[in-house]
Design a protein. Sequence first.
Length: 254
Amino acid sequence: MDADQPSQFTIIAPVSRFLGATDFAQTTRFYRDILGFEVQQSDVGPPALNVCWGPARIHFEPHEYGPEGPEEPRPGSAVVFFETDNIEELHASVRSRGGTPTALETVNGIKMRVFEIRDPDGHTLWFGQSFAEPDRPRPARLVEKLMPEFPLSDVPSGVDYYCNTLGFSVNYAQSDLAVLDRDDVRLLLVAKTERHKGIGSAYAYVHDADALHEELRKRGANVQGAPVSQPWGLREFRVLDIEGNQITFGEPFE
């Protein structure tokens, strides 16, 4: 970085671009004296110019080719975004060095404060700083699956209904308890007691609500109506078991 570049701000995200420049001297003055990049002339091969700032690197060549190749130069067609750690100080610095950046703007869509400036060839340069809360470390993954409990006065009859009508299979069963599986869904049937009474409900995401609805209807399940596409983006239908416990099946849709 240039020796007089203030230490209050820097570029913090990697950038690597190849751009065209019509006048290396003019480009050098802009990127070095207005923005504060470090400039490196290439002494090997064709004329070239490199500017650097932190993890950002831009390589300039004498012109930029358009879609039809070298016969159609197209300067000023690039848009480059740089992320900084102090947008206000950088903006003030560019202005004090004679640059003409746009006013600082808050862009909620990307959670950044930004400004724009054009280089001598018309390339658009955006500088931005996030105003979102810093990322917080995620805790270790501890919870994997949820297994609802459905109380039944007759667990063996419930097992028969869930297996022969709803398409589940037995993982484990005894007279007062059963663990049942279908695909990635697991549920528990428990005998009704003072602790386990009333009815239960659960929600299961599915890949094809209409196909599952048709299957369960043909099996004789107590289906509560046809699938409905809800405003919240799920196509849903409900099924009751032999004692009123409810499973809602939902398919996400765009």
